[in-house]
Design a binder for this molecule. Sequence first.
Ligand code: EPU
Length: 441
Amino acid sequence: MDAFVIQGGKPLRGTVRVNGSKNAALPLMAAALLTEEPVTLRAIPNLSDIRNMVRLIASLGCELEHDTEQNQVHSHVVDLGKSVAHYDIMRTMRAGICVLGPLLARRGIAKVSMPGGCAIGDRPVDLHLRGLRALGAEIHLEAGYIVATAPLTGHTPGHRRLRGAKVFLGGPNGSTVLGTANVLSAAVLAEGTTIIESAACEPEVADLATMLNGMGARISGAGTPRLVVEGVESLGGVEHQVIPDRIEAGTYVCAAAMTNGDVTLEDFPTDFLAAFIDRLEEIGIHVQLLTEVDGIRDRVRIISPRRLEPCQVVTQPHPGFPTDLQAQLMALLTLADGNSIVTEKIFPDRFMHVPELMRMGAEIMRTGASALITGVRELVGAPVMASDLRASAGLVIAGLAARGQTTVHRVYHLDRGYEQMERTLLQLGADIQRVDEKQLG
Ligand code: EPU
């Protein structure tokens, strides 16, 4: 296992290009199962979650080429007979569940292991199943596997096809991102019209709708809570460019601001980050637009003051403040001049970074789904343990700003979502090294 050893206190300076979005790419790769024609996806980040998704799709009868130089994945379904998503791959990531909708829609049958993923609290799949059942699927659980079949059509013996329906995807904490991706991917091949109410509005879901429409689907309302899908008989191949990763972008913004640096970001998705930028302004950090491209691939410069103001943040479904930037912003607020409150409305237990930040001298009091952060003058480097992807990112940012040495253990969590983070940070002037934990003694 690897760890990062960081000597803190170096301001980050330079330019970073934001990579393609992990959370957009994963459901797009699964959607390739909806056609037997070739699908090419561009701007695919080189991450362990992506490599696991490649393995998963390959195990489902798809020929794939993952070109890590060009950041592309070419896929082509050649065998419709393999419809079992096995536990050994599914346990590695939550997004594996995205194959359920496409398999069911195209093959009429799917057996998919319950997925794994980051330990950020309860992560049920009831809304996914509710949505697919509304489309006529018969679903039961069998030894940790979701076994789903589409209804027989009656036209051709043995032919199965989902039926369009009204589907409501709201849950106790809002809609569901991957659940919307699953039901949307299933509805495109269903017979008749599907209306998805309380659909997730995240840009990653809108990107999926764009790709599916490029394959011949008829989806309207992408990016809004009401998706209308006119089912079609079949879909064709497509070439599609994945949107930039708003969470990676936001992470580097926090790192730049916390080290008092001067960083320019290219391919910065300004339009996806309105709530985040709003909170930054409150803290006193300015995202200066250098070149406006299209609101999705802009060039911006991060300007941060020496004194950070405290603020209140509530995570919410998009377009609210993203839960996936909560840990990184909290790291930043540990150095603000006053009291901040962070409330987590998506995953109420997503606070694994709190005790680790406190090891570095942060003053944080957690009560339920909120944390009160009292800003301190400085953080002091310490050994800390990464527990999940975004918590790890928060700890690295804290380590970059802390006095002395921070060792972030178990960085395999980071490798799931950030492409060679240490190289990017090194290029920006950070003192960071990846080491084998065994070398640490
Ligand atoms: N929920 C249910 N029932 C369901 C599904 C979800 O109650 O069937 C609840 C969850 O427990 C949570 C809320 O609904 O309280 C939202 O969960 P959602 O389903 O939207 O999360 P997800 O689709 O599993 C994606 C991202 C996460 C991100 C969340 C929220 C991917 C691969 N994952 O997960 O990203 O935090 O949306 O925006 O897209 C990450 O990248 O680090 C990460 C965890």
